[in-house]
Design a protein around this ligand. Sequence first.
Ligand code: ZN
Ligand code: ZN
Ligand code: ZN
Length: 395
Amino acid sequence: MTTDARRPIPPERYLDRLRACREEVAARGFAALLIGVGPDLRYLTGFVGEPMERITLLVVPSEGPVSFVVPRLEATKAGATPVAASGAARVVPFGESDDASALVARLVASAGSGAAGSEAAGSEAPIGLSDRLWAMHVLQMQAALPGRRFASASTIMRDLREVKDADEVRLLALAAAAADRTIDAISAGPLVGRTEADVSREIRRRLIDEGHDLADFAIVGSGPNGASPHHDASERVIGPGEPIVLDIGGTLAGYLSDTTRTIWVSGPNGIVPEPEFVSVYDLVREAQAQATAAVRPGVAAEDVDAIARAVIAASGYGDFFTHRVGHGIGLEVHEDPYMVAGNATVLRPGMAFSVEPGIYLSGRWGVRLENIVMCVRDGAKVLNHSSLDLRVVRG
Ligand code: ZN
Ligand code: ZN
Ligand code: ZN
């Protein structure tokens, strides 16, 4: 992996995103967006942190300056973000005994007051709150801005974030490749005689070794545990003659990987899979392939789900495919757009999401195959490259 591919997202990119956000705030009639710590804030500013009781808010008004309200002890960190360093946002620090919500309320109240006659309209216009803002902070804002209407900022943030820019595509591809190498290494064995938890620890270690900054999840569902889609990893010992569902992912420079392979552990005596397992595996693979082939601009998200579901239902396993076929991925492992019945969102070039049909037979085993797929101008670009052939592991 070249260090060049891992280069940070350039400052101009953040400035572009913030500019696009401001245009939407004005175009959609919001007074301001209040963006708390989380993926929306990282997307707009590059600020990485954990939410805490002291509020941190990017105040994006429809007009006037963008303010980055932060506890004084984080002023230096906030000031180093590309948007603050370039002057696109000004850092507004507050002290330990200051009333931060009153400070934010003043910034919001002054937003939009620059245009003639906009005073009245400004107080009618909703204030958008980011999805990840804690309830305690929402209640503080409601108390500090009585009579104001609050709405979800995600109507704007979703539209911005679900179409990935070239830097995001580069990082998603790097993360996917690191997850693929991890799958390949684990599939080489040994597996027989080890606990799921032990294999899960090895997956987490390898996710990091292959380039992730964080190992987020490492599902190891052996035998009957594979029939529970979000089984984690237990003390169950992996035996010969059973399948394992491996669903793994980590974070690389903020961007997530998420891939699933189902493998067959034959053991040293070469126990072959039962015929129904092979036919179910082929069915899931066919559903995965057909849903991927359907991806192109203009197709509705729900159609990608419906195509996979139709393949599985036609063979009588429809009741055992118990979840949507996919989810968007980026700074969050699950984000818009969701590939699910009822979501008429039209796919656009740059959208990245999982295609992960599965069949789960309770008490027996499960099969799931998951790739991250991008909608591109002429169809689908698959970011995962590890083989979808059924792997048989002897050890
Ligand atoms: Zn999942
Ligand atoms: Zn997954
Ligand atoms: Zn997934």
